[in-house]
Design a protein around this ligand. Structure first.
Ligand SMILES: Nc1ncnc2c1ncn2[C@@H]1O[C@H](COP(=O)(O)OP(=O)(O)OP(=O)(O)O)[C@@H](O)[C@H]1O
Length: 489
């Protein structure tokens, strides 16, 4: 006979759970609780359930829950487990099945995904990680997908530019941050960019840096790993995301992670030659660059967010960042790009008096859209996904041994408390990067979301295909919450 445990509960009964008799309840808010004489436990459907199946007398729940040994969480790691509930009463089974389905539907979980997989990102393990860890979760959750392995640079961008967005509930990148940036750019190069950019984006960490995946999972208090990232996407929670646009003349690129110039970009790209050192490569090359410290001459300007107006100097009348031939930051859509309309940045009307300027020699200039630049570097602890601002970090003067101390603090974001670090939020930014101080080599890279945006004369590598030039002013603006991200909570 069916029992009614409380007003908020679905009809319930004593049932068999994995062969043991338990008293179980299901609340309309989606929590299953069960107790027996020897144990009790619970399951929050939206947080812990991938999906379920039913037959004439039982439900099988496909769970993915933080594992426990006794009362202790198993290092916060989720464990995949099927739980079989055997019902005596067919009506109770029907109500449970319906309520569980309603709870899952209520979260607008994705049903069909377009998945890009970069087989050459990071340690080149993306394919194995997908097959072993992602595919089984998608299958248990009943999520369909189209898998597109990227064949070359910009492949994801080309597909994102031409695919049919109505076929999918989201786009997922099993890659580093580079492929995510390509997808973003592809979507914003479409005629229907306003619709296309609403498709939720997800990233499963399989690259070198994985700053976006870490930011998403850290925000949801989850460990950054492949399975947690996949589960966050399956659960379907979403979050708005600011999109930054970098312009230099007619060249236009969009970013959701970071732009950096100075020591961090130098380490990122020059340490490529130490690739065989694996994860140590960046640490060792950072140490080399810190001891043999470089500074770059340059000028930057920014429009500070409220609360940060006191920083920097007023813009000088003769500033190269405001020369008369420089177009203003009010582009909106550009109808002329390859004869098609596309997105070219937010419509901002900024008075010259709002801008502040800093000139001189720089060790580091770093703009972040989200807190983490990589899985181990929390560059901007105050960064938020959709506050409409970029977090700007500037280091001008700092002895190498002090800088070493600051680099060691990057793992928890406490570097921003140092008097050598200027940390503020901005809504627009301009940079005219110059040459390396004390050297005939101009050098220097500008790094946008982990890829070279521009490199100076004498910098390592072939710059002929770089999207922008090193030297002329570039401008970065931010569009509040333009994109949507699958988030972990
Ligand atoms: N099949 C491919 N061959 C070569 N390059 C590719 C291929 N697919 C994607 N790429 C390029 O690899 C770059 C890096 O991609 P991804 O985002 O996966 O990793 P990452 O962490 O940014 O970089 P890393 O290569 O250092 O791991 C991107 O510029 C992308 O265009």
């Amino acid at each position: 006979m069916a029992l009614y445990s409380d007003e908020d509960a679905v009809p319930s009964e004593d049932m068999e759970l994995d062969g043991r008799i338990v008293k179980a309840t299901l609340s309309r808010t989606g929590v299953i609780r069960w107790t027996s004489s020897s144990f009790s436990d619970s399951l929050v459907l939206q947080d812990d359930l991938l999906g379920f199946s039913r037959d004439h007398s039982s439900l099988t729940l496909f769970t993915f829950k933080v594992g426990q040994v006794g009362c202790c969480a198993l290092n916060n790691a989720r464990v995949r487990k099927d739980i079989v509930l055997k019902f005596r009463d067919a009506d109770t089974l029907e109500s449970w099945s319906q309520t569980i389905q309603e709870c899952l539907n209520g979260a607008e979980r994705p049903k069909r995904l377009l998945i890009f997989l970069n087989p050459f990102g990071g340690k080149k393990l993306a394919k194995e990680l997908f097959q072993q860890q992602v595919e089984p979760l998608l299958s248990a959750a009943g999520v369909g997908y189209t898998l597109q392995e990227t064949q070359h640079q910009n492949h994801a961008r080309e597909v994102a530019r031409s695919m049919d967005p109505s076929q999918y509930d989201g786009i997922v990148c099993v890659s580093g941050d580079g492929v995510l940036a390509e997808v973003l750019n592809g979507l914003l190069e479409r005629k229907d960019w306003e619709t296309a950019i609403k498709l939720p984006l997800g990233v499963i960490p399989a690259g070198t840096g994985n700053g976006m995946a870490k930011s998403v999972l850290h925000h949801g208090q989850e460990i950054c790993n492949v399975a947690n990232a996949a589960f966050a996407i399956i659960k379907g929670s979403k979050q708005s995301l600011d999109v930054a646009t970098v312009m230099q003349g007619q060249a236009c690129f969009h970013s959701v992670l970071l732009l950096t110039w100075g020591i961090v970009a130098d380490v990122d790209f020059e340490s490529e030659k130490l690739r065989n050192l694996g994860s140590l490569r960046s640490d060792i090359y950072s140490l080399i660059r810190i001891i043999r410290l470089r500074k770059y001459q340059g000028t930057l300007a920014y429009v500070p967010a409220p609360g940060y107006e006191g920083s920097g100097d007023p813009v000088r009348e003769d500033s190269e960042l405001f020369a008369p031939d420089i177009t203003d930051s009010s582009a909106g859509h550009d109808e002329s790009w390859q004869g098609k309309s596309r997105y070219t940045g937010p419509r901002l009307v900024l008075e010259r008096s709002e801008w502040r300027s800093v000139r001189g020699k720089f060790i580091l200039v770093w703009l972040q859209n989200v807190p983490w630049a990589s899985e181990t570097v929390m560059a901007a602890p105050k960064a938020e996904f959709a506050d409409g601002f970029l977090d700007l970090i500037i280091i001008k003067d700092c002895a190498w041994w002090k800088l070493l101390g600051l680099f060691l603090k990057l793992s928890d974001g406490t570097h921003v408390n140092s008097r050598y670090v200027e940390y503020l939020k901005v809504k627009a930014f301009r940079l005219a990067p110059g040459g390396r101080v004390g050297s005939r080599v101009q050098g220097g890279y500008i790094d946008l979301d982990g890829e070279v945006l521009a490199r100076g004369r004498g910098a390592h590598g072939d710059g002929s295909k770089d999207p922008m030039l090193y030297g002329p002013m570039l401008e970065m603006t931010v569009d509040k919450g333009l994109a949507t991200l699958f988030c972990a909570r």
